[in-house]
Design a protein around this ligand. Structure first.
Ligand code: GRF
Length: 186
């Protein structure tokens, strides 16, 4: 029986959401940081905090192999919940099935609006007054699983994708740990 309170965070880059999840951890424990990029900046930060890390270069194996090796590593660390945080890979249906209902992701838009990439530019181009971020359960369909929580961020008239991204990111850092605390109890 997997313990949902034992959380791993999957990253590919800087890992600012990872840091927020670690620093605001309450009601769950971050037991492993895993990455498909052995040089992801977030891994060094995690090691400095004494958190276990795991990395496998996703270019070195095929997609199915990567997901099988990752899944085995997560079981080895007794993980119960998987938090994607800037993990720039689409997980295979096989992996999603192994971890059904236990994988969450943070997405920088108010889902179901703007699935996929370039969310801030798309929200500005559409003339939206409000953007934000969403935490959702990962399913086989990209950014389409049940939404667990939203945070809204107003779009200012002079916003650029970069300035909007900064404010949405700050909202992400407050939202993700809050939603995680609830999610691990269900
Ligand atoms: C965030 O914008 C998040 O919404 C998206 O990828 C970015 C990750 O940033 N999924 P960071 O690595 O957590 O700083």
């Amino acid at each position: 029986m997997r313990d949902p309170k034992r959380v791993t965070i999957l990253i590919s880059g800087r890992g600012s959401n990872m840091r927020a999840l670690v620093e605001q951890a309450a009601g769950y424990e971050v037991v492993l940081i895993a990455s498909n990029k052995p040089h992801a900046a977030g891994l060094d930060w995690a090691r400095g905090r004494g958190i276990q890390t795991w990395a496998l270069d996703s270019k070195s194996v095929d997609k199915a192999q990567f997901d099988r090796i990752l899944s085995a590593a997560l079981d080895h660390h007794d993980v119960g919940t998987i938090a994607l945080a800037g993990f720039m890979r689409i997980l295979t249906p096989w992996f999603v099935e192994q971890w059904r209902g236990r994988i969450v992701n943070i997405h920088p838009s108010l889902l179901p609006k703007y699935r996929g990439l370039d969310t801030h530019a798309r929200a500005i181009a559409a003339g939206d007054a409000i953007s934000g971020c969403s935490i959702h359960i990962v399913t086989e369909e990209l950014d389409a699983g049940e939404v667990l929580g939203h945070a809204e961020v107003p779009i200012e008239p002079d916003d650029t994708p970069t300035s909007l991204e900064e404010r949405v990111l700050a909202a992400e850092h407050a939202l993700y740990p809050r939603v995680m605390r609830k999610f691990v109890r269900r």
